[in-house]
Each structure stands twice: as structure tokens, then as C-alpha cells.
Design a protein around this ligand. Structure first.
Ligand code: NAP
Length: 302
């Protein structure tokens, strides 16, 4: 098993990374780095530089900090010759991640921009089904309560935090994976609370009659659904792609395997000395900030 360090012990590290790593046959969670968080039974550092210098045998680092500080951690890890796995979104800007890609190539280490929603069990099935079809339209309905899923995470409303695009980019990571031909944004409207720097809801229009609604203001229910219509039928991806319905027939319903798949992919990349860097979901987000009309709404407080 390869040793791995987990950096940023917060919500996603605790709920997904730690349980998956504890059962992994590829990885041993050798240490953590977090200013406050720790994992029972695992050596903990609060300083990243110290961890890197004291553990030359840990060749891979998985970064679970929010996007804003991630570039600094990733550059240090790559400069120290470590393979790097990035939570989504892989950075706070496209250029940052292009820079990391160049650094990783020059250093000869693996860089993986993970998109956990792409690793859901139904995504490859949807991609295969759509591969020979002509898309005529699509609707992405991606709504969740910001208070339920992001309570107190102020970084998400700060520049680089992406606001409602933090969950919305998961839908875009699926869309960019399954469509037989790429699409592009044609118009958008972004709604900003008057006391925040990132949007709380957004509507996006893409070429090919594809529309997306991202909304954080729903309180008691959530929707992570994508419908794609083609000249030869309709496919519905429900619950983030864990359920697939083709022409009204439930075709697949499985448990959550996203992070298990991501860590298997990272192990393979490291074994083969390869990288996997795909920024296509983030390009749509950047285009939404470029093309989008801005509307201001009431202040948001937790
Ligand atoms: P989080 O709990 O708010 O933050 C993760 C950890 O990062 C914190 O516990 C904190 O640990 C550290 N951190 C926070 N701000 C920092 C800063 N400015 N500098 C250095 N470290 C900082 O966030 P999260 O929900 O786990 O999300 C982290 C990433 O995972 C995001 O990119 C998010 O999009 C992605 N993600 C989240 C979810 C989810 O459901 N939450 C799902 C999938 C992906 P210390 O204070 O102990 O250092």
C-alpha cells in the first residue's frame, strides 16, 4: 500500500475521504495536516512544510482544503516531489490549475483534478447511452439548502469560493463527461446577496437548448438531477447520477461509490506516472461569471 497524507480535515475529509481510505487496499492514511482537525489513530500535523520535510516516504498528498488556499498547498507539495490529488473545484481560477499542471509535468509527479460526481456509478452508463445520439435539449435541476449543506462555511461566499457553483460545478462535471459533443454557455443570470461576493442562485443557458438552474435557497428538499433529450429518447440522471432512468424505465440504482472510485483512479495514475487534469466544468463557471447578468437580492446570514 502507498502512504498518503490528507490535508484539511473538515466536512468532506471526515464524511468521505477518511472512511474510504480506511477501507482502501491501495492507500494507507499515514498522516493528516489541519490547523484544528485530527483523525483518531492517525499522526497529525498542523504545519504542512513540517509534514513534507519529516515524511519523505509519503509520496502522495490529497488536498481537502477549500479552493482559495489550495494552490499554495499544491505548489509546495509538487515542489517537494509529491503526487497531488485535488478536491473539486481544483482551484479558484483556471490559470492556477494550468500552472499546477505545468509544474507537475516538470516535476514528474501525478496531478489529479478530481470530479467526484463524475465517479458516480451511473455516469459511464449515461455516457455510453448518449454516445451515438443527437442531443436536442437538457435540463439540470441542482438545488440544495445552503444552510443544511454548508452551514458556517464563509469561504463559499468569499471570492474564489464560487457560491452556488460549488455544488453546481458537480452537475457541470457530469454534463461535460456525458455529452457526445461539447456544449458552451450562451447566457446566464447570477443572483448575489447584497452582503456576499458569490451568487446564491444562477440560471445558465447553453448551446443545444440545455438549461441549468442552481439554487441554494430551497430549505427542505434537494434536487441533483439532469435530464437529456435526444432524437432517440430521454435519459434522466437522478440523485447525482446514482439512479438512471432511460425512456421512463429505471435502469440503474446503486450506492455511493464516488470517493472509492476516485482513490482507485489516483492509485492507477500514480502507478502509471500519469496525470488527469480536466478543467471543462470550470470553463463553464468562468464563462458564467463573464457572460452572466448580475442581479442583487436580500442579504444572506447563516
Ligand atoms: P470545510 O469543512 O469548510 O473545510 C475543510 C477544511 O479545510 C477545514 O476543516 C479547515 O481545516 C481547512 N481550511 C478551511 N479554510 C482554510 C484556509 N483558509 N486555509 C487553510 N485551511 C483551511 O470544507 P469542505 O466542505 O470539507 O469542502 C472542502 C472542499 O471539498 C471544497 O472544495 C468543496 O467544494 C469540496 N467538497 C465538499 C463537499 C461537501 O459536501 N462538504 C462535497 C464534495 C466536495 P483546519 O481549520 O483544521 O485547517
Amino acid at each position: 500500500m502507498e502512504k498518503i497524507a490528507l490535508v484539511g480535515i473538515g466536512e468532506i475529509a471526515r464524511t468521505q475521504h477518511v472512511p474510504v481510505l480506511s477501507e482502501s487496499t491501495d492507500w494507507e492514511l499515514a498522516t493528516t495536516v489541519s490547523r484544528l482537525g485530527t483523525v483518531d489513530g492517525v499522526t497529525a500535523y498542523s504545519d504542512f512544510d513540517t509534514m513534507l520535510s519529516e515524511n519523505p516516504d509519503i509520496k502522495t498528498v490529497s488536498l481537502c482544503v477549500p479552493p482559495q488556499p489550495r494552490f499554495e498547498y499544491a505548489t509546495k507539495a509538487i515542489a517537494a516531489g509529491r503526487n497531488v490529488m485535488l478536491e473539486k473545484p481544483p482551484g479558484q481560477s483556471l490559470a492556477e490549475v494550468h500552472a499546477l499542471q505545468t509544474m507537475a509535468t516538470e516535476a514528474g509527479v501525478s496531478l489529479f483534478t478530481t470530479w467526484h460526481s463524475r465517479a458516480a456509478s451511473g455516469i459511464q452508463l449515461a455516457k455510453e447511452w448518449l454516445a451515438d445520439k443527437t442531443v436536442t435539449g437538457g435540463f439540470i435541476n441542482w438545488k440544495e439548502s445552503v444552510r443544511k449543506y454548508h452551514m458556517g462555511q464563509d469561504w463559499i461566499f468569499e471570492p474564489g469560493g464560487m457560491g452556488v457553483f460549488d455544488p453546481g460545478i458537480n452537475a457541470l462535471s457530469i454534463l461535460t463527461e456525458i455529452l457526445p459533443l461539447p456544449t458552451h454557455l450562451t447566457a446566464a443570470e447570477l443572483v448575489f446577496p447584497n452582503n456576499r461576493d458569490t451568487p446564491i442562485s444562477a440560471e445558465l443557458h447553453f448551446h443545444n437548448n440545455i438549461r441549468a438552474v442552481f439554487d441554494w435557497t430551497v430549505e427542505n428538499e434537494q434536487f441533483w438531477d439532469i435530464d437529456v433529450t435526444t432524437t432517440a429518447g430521454t435519459i434522466n440522471l437522478k440523485d447525482g447520477g446514482s439512479r438512471i432512468i432511460i425512456d421512463g424505465q429505471e435502469t440503474l440504482a446503486t450506492e455511493d461509490v464516488e470517493y472509492k472510485n476516485l482513490y482507485s483512479q489516483m492509485a492507477e495514475l500514480v502507478r502509471n506516472k500519469q496525470s488527469d487534469v480536466d478543467l471543462s466544468p470550470m470553463i463553464h463557471v468562468a464563462d458564467a461569471f463573464t457572460l452572466g447578468k448580475r442581479r442583487v437580492t436580500d442579504a444572506f446570514e447563516w
